[in-house]
Design a protein. Structure first.
Length: 439
């Protein structure tokens, strides 16, 4: 079985290393040896350390490599939308099997890839696109195919999890924790894709598509990042026995007409420390799956890095190579349910709202009246002096109110906060966070 490797960066080099180190075992598992037919790179002269590869295998012409008749499997670890999309569509239409770690492309235009795979009759595998080495997509696509999945909640971005874990442990602010993450190599020089939630949103789209047999794209995912999470927010969460995590949440539900839909969102949220995801620290990932028959399942491990991602890539390579030798292909995309994606305003959530308010009689009643007008029920109210954990102004005539709501449509909660901002008695809305996990 001959492979065309597209990309030879951190992940690609680890793929080559594992192919060499585990050659005997891989041959035994597949029933035929794996050979590298060629490696497409941007620059031929780049230093790739002690990588044991014949220089003649390198090429800058990815398309010609893909079109070669002696290539059985195309492995793509370049990333990005183009030119990767064109390469993979070409390979799949030609009947070659494809293994990719490209979450952005799958979330942006997975439809084109699946359609090309169906047209050409090859396999499309992408375990490495979500949560690195954690075996997650295969269980959703195969092991749980006989069950009904109702909800998937996960921490799927290691950079943001490291930052929030550091803020929780040390009391640091976002900027300090980001600086530490950058120094340790967890954050890129430009961390926008991670801290603004783009990376997690792409993964959420892939998870929702598999879990609910519905085509979900990146544009369908409500996305918020962690740049507005403050040390005061974390302190307030700790006071409630919670921590804050950037969560990807995909859930079944019904719209106002009673029609079944799905909700897919990524945002920071408070979760109780008793929740299994609360203890996931450092740059680790974890995904919590809730199904009718299987109940609650959790998948945990390293979600990024060259070696973990390469491990997932090689697992897919073994699967597609065995299929080709047997003359079969894996089950095609399952999108029969075709559920509509609910807008964020219809998603059922809870809020934690911190307010700096005037310290005088009637304020609490006025604030409660705003919640009542929007049909949002208050679960708890905590009052203290301004300048406490909520980051208030510290003025002598101010007080702090911390309100946690019951479940309500997100639009109603957003409208409530909007009206609160306009009240004369509200000096400022210092924090708004969603609450998950039954606090």
């Amino acid at each position: 079985m001959r492979l065309a490797l597209l990309g030879c960066g951190t992940v690609g080099q680890e793929v080559v290393r594992l192919l060499h180190e585990q050659a005997t075992d891989l041959t035994a598992r597949i029933g035929a040896p794996l050979e590298i037919a060629g490696i497409a790179v941007r620059r031929l002269g780049r230093d790739r350390g002690d990588l044991a590869v014949d220089p003649a295998l390198f090429t800058t012409d990815a398309l010609s490599l893909i079109k070669r008749d002696d290539v059985d499997v195309v492995v793509e670890v370049v990333g990005g939308i183009e030119p990767a999309r064109g390469w993979l569509v070409e390979a799949l239409r030609a009947g070659k099997s494809v293994v990719t770690a490209n979450k952005a492309l799958l979330a942006e235009d997975g439809v084109a890839l699946h359609d090309a795979a169906a047209e050409g009759g090859g396999d499309l595998y992408y375990e490495a696109s979500v949560a690195g080495a954690i075996p997650l997509l295969r269980p959703l696509r195969e092991s749980l195919h006989g069950d009904r999945i109702n909800r998937v909640t996960g921490i799927v971005n290691g950079t943001t999890n490291f930052i929030l874990s550091a803020m929780d442990a040390t009391g640091a602010g976002f900027a300090e924790a980001l600086e530490e993450a950058t120094e340790l190599g967890y954050a890129e020089a430009d961390p926008t894709a991670d801290v603004e939630g783009f990376d997690a949103a792409a993964k959420a789209a892939i998870l929702a598509s598999l879990a609910f047999h519905t085509r979900v794209g990146a544009a369908d995912v409500h996305r918020e990042g962690i740049t507005e999470v403050t040390a005061a927010d974390m302190a307030s969460a700790q006071a409630m026995g919670c921590t804050i995590k950037l969560l990807c949440i995909a859930a079944r539900g019904v719209d106002p007409t009673g029609r079944e839909t799905v909700s897919v969102r990524v945002h920071p949220a408070m979760i109780p420390r008793s929740h299994p995801l609360a203890s996931v620290g450092d740059a680790f990932n974890a995904v919590f799956v809730e199904a009718d028959a299987a109940g609650q399942l959790m998948f945990y491990g390293r979600g990024a890095g060259g070696a973990p991602t390469a491990s997932a890539v090689l697992g897919d390579v073994v699967a597609v190579a065995r299929n080709r030798l047997a003359g079969v292909r894996a089950a095609s995309e399952s999108a029969y349910a075709d559920l509509s994606v609910r807008p964020m305003g219809e998603a059922l959530t809870r809020y934690h709202v911190s307010l700096d308010v005037a310290d005088r009689p009637g304020v609490l009643a006025a604030v409660a009246g705003v919640f009542a007008r929007h049909d949002v029920s208050i679960a708890t109210v905590r009052q203290g002096s301004a300048g406490g954990s909520g980051g208030g102004t510290g003025r002598a005539d101010d007080a702090e109110l911390v309100i946690v709501t019951h479940v309500a449509p997100d639009a109603a909660l957003a409208a409530t906060v909007g009206e609160l901002r306009g009240l004369d008695i509200v000096r400022s809305v210092t924090s708004v966070l969603r609450v998950e996990g039954g606090v």
